[in-house]
Design a protein around this ligand. Structure first.
Ligand code: ATP
Ligand code: MG
Length: 335
């Protein structure tokens, strides 16, 4: 049975890394078909809109989108297309895997294989009640945490652990100080955890978690946490395994899920065949996991790892002399 996904080629290096990624996916015989849709600068130029209704409809219909980075031009209505998509589809879970890969500039070339699940809609980023006093001396904002919001993110983390064969979920919080908000998150997490006796659950205070991640990252499997902590921790984890070129991410809601590279449009190297396609390829692997094609996802990751190990046709950011296309070819040869 074929399954249709929405594909957004994006701006800057977007079209190059998407072309490479689709070529790799096509080799795998997954029965995927693609519905191409525009967003960002490309859409503004062709349809006069950054986020056309037809693109939103496509994602709504297919429920899954693979997306390249987008440019949000300044002064075009909203500050970020990515944030706008998150809001419109209520993409409450931001999911970022971090895995050690060979021959990268990482401090941890092996041993790390974790996923950060960040609550994406509330907490310190709810943008409510932002106020600065008239004299400019005092600023306040509201941190809103709900039981529903906490419950669905923690449940998502446990379900992900089950679906992908992971064994442990670490709940990261600061309930000792932020007694009401982080307290509610922790309390809710403890309740949800009881429904998953097959998955180990532990709790960690966020500051200790940061230290532990740097000292003994191999102890982590799935981390679930609130918006602000998750933002910081997921970047910390990307740094642990070698940075932007290898960092995928997903924004997941009840009705739609969007898979993407964490990096931006990289205009400095766009159109030159220099872009590393791995982050988007790893996002595609994450998408396959999400679709329940866990074996295919693993097969794709293994081919990427084998190519890195052999230093075959790697792009310049990884110290090689390959291009986006030859790197993809090298991965295809190993599938
Ligand atoms: P944007 O405004 O869209 O975020 P940016 O220039 O900030 O664009 P980033 O993606 O944040 O782009 O890139 C930061 C740096 O990392 C740039 O020098 C870019 O060339 C490099 N970079 C980003 N992604 C890749 C990639 N996939 N392959 C190689 N280099 C990359
Ligand atoms: Mg950037």
């Amino acid at each position: 049975m074929t399954q249709t996904i929405t594909v957004i080629r994006g701006d800057g290096i977007g079209p190059e890394i998407m072309e490479a990624t689709l070529r790799v996916l096509d080799t795998m015989g997954l029965g995927l078909s693609y519905e191409f849709a525009d967003a960002g600068l490309t859409a503004l130029e062709s349809q006069g809109e950054l986020l056309p209704a037809s693109t939103m409809d496509s994602i709504r219909r297919n429920r899954i989108a693979l997306k390249s980075p987008l440019t949000t031009p300044v002064g075009e209505g909203f500050s970020s297309i990515n944030v706008e998509m998150r809001k419109r589809f209520d993409l409450y879970a931001n999911v970022r895997p971090a895995k050690s890969f060979p021959n990268t500039k990482s401090r941890f070339p092996s041993g790390i294989d974790l996923v950060t699940v960040r609550e994406n809609t509330e907490g310190a980023y709810s943008a409510e009640g932002q106020q600065v006093s008239e004299d400019g001396e005092t600023a306040t904002s509201i941190t809103r945490t709900t039981r529903r919001g906490s419950e669905r993110i923690v449940r998502y983390a446990f379900e992900l652990a089950r679906r992908t064969g992971r064994r442990k979920v670490t709940v990261v919080h600061k309930a000792n100080i932020l007694k009401s908000t982080s307290g509610l998150f922790l309390k809710t997490a403890r309740t949800v955890a009881q429904e998953y006796p097959d998955i180990e659950c532990n709790e960690m205070i966020v500051d200790n978690c940061c230290m532990q991640l740097v000292m003994r990252p191999e102890q982590f499997d799935v981390i679930v946490t609130t918006n602000l902590f998750g933002d910081i921790i997921s970047d910390l984890c990307a740094g642990l395994v070698g940075g932007l070129g290898l960092a995928p991410g997903a924004n997941i809601g009840t009705d739609a899920a969007i898979f993407e590279a964490v990096h931006g449009t990289a205009p400095d190297i766009a159109g030159q065949g220099k872009a590393n396609p791995c982050a988007l390829l790893l996002a595609a692997a994450q998408m396959l996991d999400h679709m329940g094609k866990v074996d295919d996802a693993e097969r794709l990751r293994r081919a990427i790892i084998a190519t890195l190990e052999a230093k075959d046709s790697l792009t310049a950011d990884l110290g090689g002399t390959g291009s986006t296309g030859t790197f993809a070819d090298a991965i295809i040869r190993r599938l």
